[in-house]
Design a binder for this molecule. Structure first.
Ligand code: ADP
Length: 275
């Protein structure tokens, strides 16, 4: 046997066969091993992500022990940190639930019409609130006639994640363009920022669960590392995929195109069902 892939894992079993013969059974268990590893990593990551805020909360709560009241000066900071950490855990659990809901639904019931322009105008409104601190220039260019069939809640999460990331990961006073336009009968969504960009070795791993370019900083921004994993899942259920172009020091473009069969020409609106 000469394995061609270094990831190949073979299981060999020798069994008696007849009087003086043996049967050698060789089974390729690479995929099983890979799945097992993914599951182990996932559990380890979730535990780590939950333990970090819990440790902080525990620290403050121990300080507030009945006999050892914290001096009043520390209370406002303790309160802010505890609130921040509780929110972090909440958003992590929310994102985990979203991921598992998407994965559990074997059949996708597409809605007749997803009013993406209306959805994007709402996201624009939310983005303006989120943008108060960073003061980026946000440019939305939305084709108001471009609607699709799909799962609205999932698509909303994909649009929102990409817009939120551009705001979060672009240093203050950046320029962000968000566009929803028809292109070659497809519906193209693009978010371009002039942030610090991402090196190629990170780009290919961004949609892995819990992957972050800079763990410490991403945590500080309130990120869970699950956003792009959710986007990837949602897009694959809509026959699409996430494209990322990034130049360190220049900025990034995250985009995806929904295929023509999902784009409504506003005459035919038939219910689609996808396995
Ligand atoms: P998070 O919850 O940490 O934001 P995501 O899965 O949404 O997780 O993103 C994964 C990582 O990709 C982020 O932690 C960040 O390092 C990087 N990233 C995402 N979007 C951008 C962007 N527009 N510019 C630079 N880095 C980005």
């Amino acid at each position: 046997l000469s394995p061609t892939s270094s990831n190949l894992v073979l299981e060999c079993k020798m069994m008696p066969y007849g009087k003086a013969q043996f049967l050698l059974i060789v089974r390729d268990i690479s995929q099983l091993k890979q799945l097992e590893q993914i599951r182990k990593d996932f559990v380890a990551n979730v535990s780590h992500e939950l333990r970090t805020p819990l440790t902080v909360l525990q620290g403050y709560l121990e300080m507030m022990d009945a006999d050892c009241q914290p001096p009043p000066a520390i209370w406002p900071k303790a309160h802010t940190v505890m609130l921040e950490q509780t929110r972090r855990m909440d958003s992590l659990v929310q994102q985990l639930l979203t991921l598992s809901r998407i994965e559990a639904a074997a059949r996708v019931q597409f809605e007749l019409e997803v009013d993406v322009p209306a959805m994007l105008h709402l996201i624009e409104h939310e983005a303006e609130t989120l943008n108060r601190e960073k003061q980026h220039q946000l440019h939305f260019n939305i084709d108001d006639s471009l609607k699709v069939t799909g799962v609205s809640e999932e698509l909303r999460s994909a649009f929102s994640n990409l817009v939120t990331n551009a705001i979060k990961y672009t240093p203050a006073n950046g320029i962000i363009h968000i566009s929803w336009q028809r292109e070659h009968q497809k519906a193209l969504f693009t978010v371009t920022d002039n942030g610090e960009g991402i090196a190629a070795n990170h780009v290919k791993r961004l949609t892995e669960r819990f992957y972050r370019v800079d763990q410490a900083r991403a945590r500080h921004t309130g990120g869970t590392g699950l956003g792009l994993a959710i986007v990837k899942h949602v897009l694959s259920r809509h026959n699409s995929q996430l494209m990322i172009f990034s130049e360190p020091g220049e900025g990034s473009t995250f985009s995806f195109a929904l295929p023509p069969e999902l784009v409504l020409n506003m005459q035919s609106t038939k219910r689609l069902s996808k396995p």
